[in-house]
Design a protein. Structure first.
Length: 718
């Protein structure tokens, strides 16, 4: 959205949150002097006028709010609700991407149609602000006309018969105005009160707060805050006056409030009248006021200072991600996708489709740290390889250099492609298995965890062209399909998204990828009904067909859990398992530590044969698919995801006795990871476990709540 509106709404929202905290504190600080809460209202005022705060590691202000992300998500840029008939189509052009450069977000050129929302909102905001400022100015001018003939009766004190209540008025030379006939002792108490206002500079702070409020007139929380601020000003002034009074003077002061009290019908910027702001509340406050102990005041001031700092602070952003001394703009994992669901025949023609999936900042920061800690060999100049191996990690930098972390038959290397076209390579030696764990976590993020990040892009309107472009772009369609144009059909229901591809689909793999990702795109755009596409050889949507929400009701405004399931379903369809083709992380048995022939998956004729059978199996994990390869060449497997939480009764026993009688503790301090594998399809525990313990990896299977086997495994290539 427009930068000015975005900043204004962010300031207003942060000020409202700060005001809410101050309102809560007012309830907790009833017994402390009100001047302390008046200082806290200054925090709200600063939030209303300052677009940015200072950075601290901790803050009471939510990061999504202070950064503007929440405003952007709730009221995104150039939103054109599809319910508006004038919004017929919007066209967005998305360029193609090379396979060597990871895509984080497409650059779009937007040509919106229909009314300019930002202009309308700006005009409405300006009109409201001008109206509030004009009301304040007119009220002030009318008051000045009423007191123009006031008579000076003593220094800085004037008297007039045109007013009913005493007040202070004036910005540069504040004066006290009294109604004619104000008798003692009310007159003495009024003068003490108004002089206290002048000493406290309230004649400046209250008008300043009102002028600031005029720019946030649309925020009801801030109107309430202004009302409470005015009440606190009056209460603090009352307390300043009666602090030295005895019981008799205090009662007389309360009586003066009763005689002169009135309640304005609309929040006043000026004047500071003696009997304003709920006189009944002020009378009760005056009569019940007791000066607190010094240590109570000191503790309250210290607490308010800390809370004020935390409200003014913005949470500091994490340090930038660096690799080899360069800032990392984006880290991505190369995922090689395939097209079909047929898992029986290994002779089908397969077109591999390498796609670079962006990784989270957390994963990027972790792997760059591991690379920095690794032992690095001497850098050599090599010829660039055309293809990126699967699971290669690609790092892009602002200056155009591209880094690649490659796993070459179990040996790791770091490649660097410069913007000049040179290619350099150095070997990496990692000291422990943390890189293996990280690669598994990254693969799990691509196949499962990324759904949470994609869900944050969800938008209610198909007419919001920027939000829709971000949703579509997050699936890397331009890497697979080449350049394309997005056309938003919002003239009549069902609203839809039309992708105009600039080149024909080169394979069935590309077509299938488009169809599968279109289903996920629909799930992230609430009122979109279909996604269709055209190509040069198929120029109309009728030639290609469309993906609709009618095909799967779960695509219609799914919650997060439902979207996770949709993501797992549609994305893993692009990663079928073919016997003999899978070449992911493969583990073979190094030592069979525990074995129960009656509980295993494939018992043989005798216990000895069964034991021999299980001493030679291999475990293969790739792309969210877990397969067990048996010694006779047969295999069984299923799509799974890793879960680090173990249900009661399902983990292995804490202490295991191996076949040789060795005592084996699965949960001692050396065990730093424990995973269970859960079936995607049924969302059920498969019984398989993986443990990382010290320098070793262990694989286990339990059946009927009992351990079937436990094996130490070693990593290889499947």
């Amino acid at each position: 959205m427009d930068g000015f509106l975005h900043t204004l709404l962010t300031m207003s929202l942060t000020a409202a949150i700060a005001a809410g905290v101050v309102m809560l504190l007012r309830l907790l600080l009833k017994r402390v002097p009100r001047w302390i809460t008046c200082l806290l209202w200054a925090v709200v005022l600063l939030r209303m006028v300052c677009p940015v705060g200072f950075s601290l590691p901790v803050s009471l202000m939510p990061e999504t709010v202070s950064s503007g992300a929440y405003v952007e998500r709730v009221l995104p840029q150039s939103e054109t609700p599809a319910s508006t008939p004038q919004a017929a189509t919007t066209t967005t052009t998305v360029p193609a991407a090379t396979t060597q450069t990871p895509v984080t977000r497409e650059t779009v050129a937007v040509t919106p149609t229909g009314p300019d929302r930002n202009t309308v909102l700006t005009i409405l905001w300006a009109a409201g602000s001008i109206a509030c400022l004009a009301w304040g100015a007119v009220s002030y001018l009318r008051l000045r006309l009423r007191i123009a003939d006031a008579i000076l009766i003593e220094k800085n004190v004037y008297e007039t018969d045109q007013i009913d209540s005493p007040f202070v008025c004036g910005f540069f030379r504040p004066r006290i105005y009294l109604p004619v006939g104000l008798a003692e002792p009310d007159r003495r108490y009024v003068l003490l009160h108004e002089q206290a206002h002048i000493r406290r500079r309230d004649y400046l702070t209250k008008p300043l707060a009102y002028v600031t409020l005029c720019f946030h007139w649309f925020n009801p929380v801030l109107w309430l805050s202004y009302h409470l601020f005015g009440r606190d000003i009056e209460t603090a002034t009352d307390q300043a006056v009666i602090r030295s009074f005895g019981r008799t003077d205090t009662a007389s002061y309360a009586a003066a409030l009763l005689h002169l009290g009135h309640k304005p019908s609309f929040p006043q910027a000026i004047p500071l009248a003696f009997g304003e702001e709920n006189p009944k509340h002020r009378i009760r406050s005056v009569l019940s006021y007791k000066k607190p102990a010094f240590w109570v005041i000191l503790a309250a001031v210290a607490a308010c200072v800390v809370l004020g700092v935390l409200l003014l602070a913005d949470r500091s952003q994490p340090e930038e991600i660096t690799l080899d001394g360069q800032t990392v703009r984006q880290a991505s994992m190369v995922d090689v996708l395939s097209v079909t669901d047929n898992r029986v025949s290994s002779n089908l023609p397969i077109t591999d489709l390498p796609v670079m999936i962006p990784l989270s900042d957390e994963l990027a920061r972790e792997v760059t740290g591991l690379i920095d800690q690794a032992e690095q060999g001497e850098e050599t100049t090599v010829s660039d390889a055309e293809d990126l191996p699967e699971k290669t990690i690609v790092f892009s930098t602002p200056n155009g250099d591209i880094y690649q972390l490659r796993n070459e038959s179990g040996s790791f290397s770091l490649w660097r492609n410069t913007i000049d076209g040179d290619c350099h390579r150095r070997t990496l030696t990692f000291q422990d298995q943390r890189i293996e764990t990280w690669l598994a976590d990254a693969a799990a993020y691509v196949s499962v965890g990324r759904a949470d990040d994609l869900y944050q892009l969800r938008t209610p309107y198909v007419g919001n062209n920027v939000a829709v472009a971000n949703v579509v772009g997050s699936f890397q369609l331009n890497e697979v399909l080449g350049p394309y144009t997005i056309e938003l059909q919002t003239s009549q229901e069902p609203y839809g998204i039309l992708l105009h591809l600039e080149q024909d689909l080169t394979s069935e793999t590309a077509r299938r990828y488009l169809e599968e990702m279109s289903s996920l795109i629909l799930a992230l755009i609430d009122n979109a009904g279909y996604v269709a596409y055209t190509t040069p050889s198929e120029p109309t949507p009728q030639d290609t067909g469309a993906i609709t929400k009618e095909a799967n009701p779960k695509m219609n405004q799914p919650d997060l859990e439902t979207f996770r399931l949709l993501y797992a379903t549609h994305f893993t369809r692009m990663e079928p398992y073919y016997p003999g083709k899978l070449t992911g992380d493969c583990y073979s048995v190094k030592d069979l530590l525990y074995f129960n022939a009656t509980l295993v998956e494939k018992p043989q004729a005798t216990v000895a044969e069964t034991k021999a059978y299980y001493e030679n199996f291999k475990l293969v994990w790739s792309g969210g698919y877990l397969a067990v390869r048996w010694a006779d060449g047969s295999e069984q497997g299923q799509y799974v995801y890793r879960d680090t939480s173990l249900e009661d009764g399902s983990p292995l026993p804490e202490i295991i006795r191996t076949l040789s009688g060795q005592r084996f503790d699965m949960y001692d301090e050396e065990t730093y990871a424990c995973w269970r594998f859960v079936s995607f399809k049924a969302n059920e525990d498969t019984g398989y476990r993986c443990y990382l313990k010290g320098e070793s990896t262990y694989f286990a299977y339990y059946s009927q709540g009992q351990l079937a086997y436990l094996a130490e495994v070693e990593r290889g290539i499947g």
